[in-house]
Design a protein around this ligand. Sequence first.
Ligand code: MRU
Length: 388
Amino acid sequence: MADQYAASAASAVPGGPRSPGVPDLVPALRWEERPEGPVVVLLDQRRLPAEEVELVCTDVPALVEAIHVLAVRGAPLLGIAGAYGLALAAVRGFDVEESAQMLAHARPTAVNLGYGVRRALAAHRNALRGGADAGAAGAAALAEARALHREDAEASARMAAHGLALLEELLPGGGYRILTHCNTGALVSGGEGTAMAVAGAAHRAGELRRLWVDETRPLLQGARLTAYEAARAGMAYTLLTDNAAGSLFAAGEVDAVLIGADRIAADGSVANKVGSYPLAVLARYHHVPFVVVAPTTTVDLGTAEGAAIEVEQRPGHEVTELAAPSVPGAGTAAGSGVPVAPLGTQAYNPAFDITPPELVTAIITENGVVSPVTEGGLAELCARSRSG
Ligand code: MRU
């Protein structure tokens, strides 16, 4: 049944699945110089997997709106988008400081967004302080965005290598059955992503027996996006409703959980897509490793503990209505989807939850692995990036 689903999902993807072993990196975001001025081009993730449609942002409000509606999403890519957004403001002559505020506050939980904006802003300010004119300062902001984009791709490759080595150590028998949640692949990264990059490395090593993909209610990042990426990579994958994870663990079908993160507090608490915390509880009960894969840009040493992380609350209509992703604008406004609850129903819709460090077996970064998760170990991994 699983393989049958994989085939039908793949046929919805233009071009179909690529050869196993060949990573297929979807350009989720790119900077493009056009005669009328530079633009940030996004792959509109609301429309996947039905259509690969580009969304062209000519100014910062358009990019902020794209972030709000999750046309562009996922922590590392939000950082990259924030940096290019700042560069767009600078190069096109908009108010850079105001644009920085708008971009950095477009969504609250993923720490990468503010990080990307601040990096490009600092490059812009430094250039101006050094006597650069507006054009040269814009170019400095753009160079910084490009550097962040490149670094994220490099971090992704390093996390994949560290992750594969960890899996070999934790599960010496090979043939991994990995459960993942939300979407953590090339769609959220300059490279192959975070958790999905590790799954990709296991796949290329011939050791990924099955990728279990949580559908990830309410916006279905697992069903729409992770299944899309898994199909393109030729992985053996099976989609499940979030509620089915418990019986999957009980049946002994999960060898490890691999997820990404939107923000990791100094104590190792992990904010990630809502539904991650219940998986950590299940994993602990069933003695299954629960592994978080995130670049050090997702670690926020300025936030002491999980309780201090702001969790984004999303509109209730995302729960009370089912969106049709292939319809432009569907799901972005109340009333645009198919109702699945009586009119006027209130919904609890946090976008993320917090997993305490004691439930996390390991955190994999580009600088190595911390396991068990300790404040000191995490700080030490981060210091390796920040000093070099
Ligand atoms: O609301 P989203 O789709 O932006 O949430 C994304 C996630 O929760 C991802 O798991 C997280 O950003 C890690 S991706 C590398």
